[in-house]
Ligand binder design. Structure first.
Ligand code: CAA
Length: 381
């Protein structure tokens, strides 16, 4: 049975996300990008509408929707404001998801309801100044002190670092054991000993709240460890499989947003006596962009479908993340080209979308890391 139709519920969520993005995010997205300011008012509204508990079980006050609906919602938000979309993706995929999947009942009851309603926001802390792609090389140390862990170290490039209330922290408890000596912890951001570096002044996603986070003798209660002792690396990798579906959706939404603007411009702008879309040079670009977007969407929906069917989806998520991010860069670059000089100024949005696309090839596993994951699945036993 192969069915390409979306359900009524999925379509309703997509429409709600589209309306929200156009009504609430579009009017001041350029200003937020320019000044690097968080969409605080809109984030609160998104929480009230259920966007921060999209896949969480209603028993913990979530909306209980599937991954396909989640993909469609993130695409729509990303068409207009990818900085808000990354907040949604990190919060839902990298914090809600592991608490629900690996947490004890006590942890779920304590943390999920506030996360699902957006009262609390989440951040995921894995990367370090000297450990990005090579995630086992992290140095942050959580030392077992009996009834608590004492955490020391530095995490960087942390999305939502300041606006989040709950951190999903990945740290070494036993470095000699390499990846088997890593654990995942739920850490409340207001715990004494946690300080933040300055807001990163980024090329794109400028209104996403990115900082480094310093831990100095931070006490994390024993009951806040997620899963069995030493299971943290595998938990992080599994979380990232789901996170990569979120970022692939974000990348594809950026590409779709740029494509819509390029098509509109190509239909309106005239040169040499006709609309530029009727010149083959532009028409073929539009065609190439459309085929790439359609291919990316199929890969992404397949990864989401496999996740929803509880089938292994590591490779499909890596393929979707790599391909969606790479075509986002290509499509946004062509959208700027189609706009000519207008593409190079802020008002037409495509230069911003191009800057945003670049980050999707870097975070939650670079395109090169995705190729390692994909190729290993064919080459290793
Ligand atoms: N899913 C499930 N399990 C996985 C896995 C995956 N995707 N990747 C690895 N594992 C498991 C392996 O099966 C293995 O298990 P065993 O020990 O039982 O055999 C174990 O984890 C170790 O795996 P590897 O030996 O393959 O580990 P490695 O050191 O070679 O690294 C890697 C693998 C794929 C390169 C990994 O390090 C990686 O994904 N790096 C990228 C890190 C990353 O994505 N960082 C993103 C930061 S978060 C972020 O950007 C969020 C944000 O704010 C936007």
């Amino acid at each position: 049975m192969l069915n390409f139709d979306f359900t009524e519920e999925q379509l309703m969520l997509r429409q709600a996300a589209r309306d929200f993005a156009e009504r609430e995010l579009l009017p001041d997205v350029l200003e937020r990008d320019e000044k690097g300011i968080l969409a605080t008012r809109q984030i609160k509204l998104l929480g009230e509408l259920g966007f921060f508990g999209l896949m969480v079980d209603p028993k913990y006050l979530g909306v209980g929707m599937d991954t396909i609906a989640y993909i469609l919602a993130i695409e729509e938000i990303s068409k207009i404001d990818a900085s808000v979309a990354v907040l949604m993706s990190v919060h839902n995929s990298l914090v809600n998801n592991p608490i629900e999947q690996f947490g004890t009942e006590e942890q779920k009851e304590k943390y999920l309801p506030k996360m699902a309603t957006g009262e609390n926001l989440g951040a995921f802390l894995l990367s370090e100044p000297e450990a990005g792609s090579d995630a086992t090389m992290q140095r942050t140390q959580a030392t077992d002190q009996g009834d608590y862990y004492l955490v020391n170290g530095v995490k960087n490039w942390i999305s939502n670092a300041n606006c989040a209330d709950i951190y999903m922290l990945i740290a070494h408890t036993n470095p000699e054991k390499k990846n088997k000596g890593i654990n995942a912890f739920i850490v409340e951001k207001n715990t004494p000993g946690i300080t933040l570096g300055p807001h990163e002044n980024k090329m794109g996603m400028r209104s996403s709240d990115t900082h480094s986070v310093m831990f100095s003798d931070v006490k994390v209660p024993k009951q806040n460890r997620l899963g069995e002792d030493g299971a943290g690396f595998k938990i992080a990798m599994k979380i990232l499989n789901s996170g990569r579906i979120g970022i692939a959706s974000q990348a594809l939404g950026i590409a779709m947003g740029a494509f819509e603007r390029a098509v509109q411009y190509a239909r309106e702008r005239k040169a040499f006596g006709k609309e530029i879309g009727h010149h083959q040079a532009i028409a073929f670009k539009i065609s190439d962009m459309a085929v790439k977007i359609e291919t990316a969407q199929l890969l992404l929906l397949k990864a989401g479908w496999m996740k929803d069917q509880h089938k292994p989806y590591t490779v499909e998520a890596a393929m979707a993340k790599q391909y969606c991010a790479d075509i986002a860069m290509e499509v946004t670059t062509q959208a700027v080209q189609i706009h000519g000089g207008y593409g190079y100024v802020k008002e037409y949005h495509v230069e911003r979308l191009m800057r945003e696309a670049k980050l999707t090839q870097i975070y939650e596993g670079t395109s090169e890391i995705q190729k390692i994951i994909i190729s290993r699945s064919f080459l290793n036993d």
